[in-house]
Design a protein around this ligand. Structure first.
Ligand code: GRF
Length: 230
């Protein structure tokens, strides 16, 4: 009888232990799976100077599993901008700088490159970064810097593109997603999307429609570009 009790207890312990081991194994396996996914995913830095709605669109696309990338860092030249707040809210690292604290563009770009290298960044995605990218960043990330512009380039490069097109009486508005070169919105065009208006729309309505296009297509193009790169 004593022997029977001991045997029963032994079986119970064995059952408990194997259950525990099973759980530990499954947990480690899923952890390993996520580590592997993270290792495979391309690491991106977003550069922004303003509101950050395109940055948010990227975050949302990652969340929805539509963009398979790791948004590792937000770089900004405007410490108080909304994009920086947004990064903090989503626990994304920020590297914020005051351009005035540097003698020239080369100086701050060298620091940016150092930071990007440390974090293993593979692609730069400009999302309302209000500066021309200089040769230090261009050399380091040749062919791996993307930008979005709220016009159908080559029309209306530079600032206030939507306002200028609207003031000009244009009926067709759109967006351009392009690779970045040393010029002002002159890099190789990857995709353009547009819509037409009949003429009674206000500037605000047109701007809203342009931003809807941006948020829809920019994450998709980033995804496409990352998947093309081996
Ligand atoms: C967008 O219109 C984009 O096309 C341009 O800058 C604007 C940034 O907007 N490059 P947001 O900061 O992403 O809201």
């Amino acid at each position: 009888m004593i022997f029977f009790n001991n045997n029963n207890k032994y079986k119970k312990n064995l059952f408990f232990l194997s259950g525990l081991l099973c759980r530990v194994f499954i947990l480690s396996l899923s952890r390993l799976f996520f580590i592997c996914i993270k290792l495979i995913m391309k690491k991106i830095a977003i550069f922004a100077s303003g509101y950050g709605s395109n940055f948010e669109a990227m975050i949302e696309a990652v969340r929805k599993d539509e963009l398979h990338a790791e948004l590792v860092l937000l770089v900004s030249d405007k410490p108080g901008c909304r994009a920086v707040e947004c990064a903090k809210k989503h626990q994304i690292n920020t590297w914020v700088f005051y351009p005035k604290n540097y003698i020239c563009k080369e100086d701050f770009e060298q620091e940016i490159v150092r930071e990007l290298r440390t974090r293993g960044i593979e692609w730069i995605v400009l999302a309302g970064y209000m500066r021309l990218v200089g040769k230090i960043l261009l050399n380091e990330y040749a062919g791996r810097i993307l930008n979005i512009h709220p016009s159908l380039l080559p029309s209306y490069p530079g600032l206030h593109a939507i306002e200028r097109a609207y003031a000009n009486g244009d009926k067709r508005f759109g967006i351009t997603i392009h690779l970045v070169d040393a010029g002002m919105d002159t890099g190789q065009i990857i995709e353009q999307h547009y819509f037409d208006i009949i003429g009674s729309e206000s500037l605000e309505e047109v701007e809203k429609k342009v931003h809807i296009l941006e948020h829809k297509y920019y994450p998709a193009v980033v995804e496409k570009m990352l998947s093309l790169q081996t």
